[in-house]
Design a protein around this ligand. Structure first.
Ligand code: 4NP
Length: 144
């Protein structure tokens, strides 16, 4: 796998974490894989990741503050070898847009579970849970 795109709804909470965790793992293990992230929605285009995602990443030694949200396009399905949806609704939206090289992140160690959207939860705890889940699945996905 040479290129992977992680996709959630807003591209400000979950998929930026997946992108950054993957990039970190790729660097540490000298792998030759390009990663990026995007959202199915357009609300947050150009925005930095949400505060709690920046905070949880920082706690784990990763800086994601420079990432900016963008919306997924059909061209992404050709540019990236693998499109990784964070939850079932992202998966369905991407499928409807025509993605075929599509999987769900939770297939890599969480029995296909959705990575829940922490945006509407209260507090920081949801982000810790989401970080752990994303990290474990991303590592399983990238493991050579
Ligand atoms: P994400 O979280 O999909 O993990 O980036 C969300 C962020 C914003 C919204 C939804 C989900 N929103 O509807 O604004």
């Amino acid at each position: 796998m040479k290129s992977i795109l992680f996709v959630c709804l807003g591209n400000i909470c979950r998929s930026p974490l997946a992108e950054a965790i993957a990039r970190e793992y790729i660097k540490k293990n000298s792998l030759d894989i390009v990663v990026d992230s995007a959202g199915t929605g357009s609300w947050h285009i150009g925005e930095a990741p949400c505060e709690n995602s920046i905070k949880v990443a920082k706690k784990h030694g990763i800086d994601i503050s420079m990432l900016r949200a963008r919306q997924v396009t059909k061209q992404d399905f050709e540019r990236f070898e693998l499109i990784v949806a964070l939850d079932s609704s992202n998966y369905a939206d991407l499928k409807a847009m025509g993605a075929s090289n599509l999987v769900k992140l939770g297939e890599y160690g969480y029995n296909g579970e959705d990575v829940p959207d922490p945006y509407f939860f209260n507090g920081f705890e949801g982000f810790e849970k989401v970080f752990t889940m994303i990290e474990s699945c991303v590592v399983n996905l990238l493991k050579p």
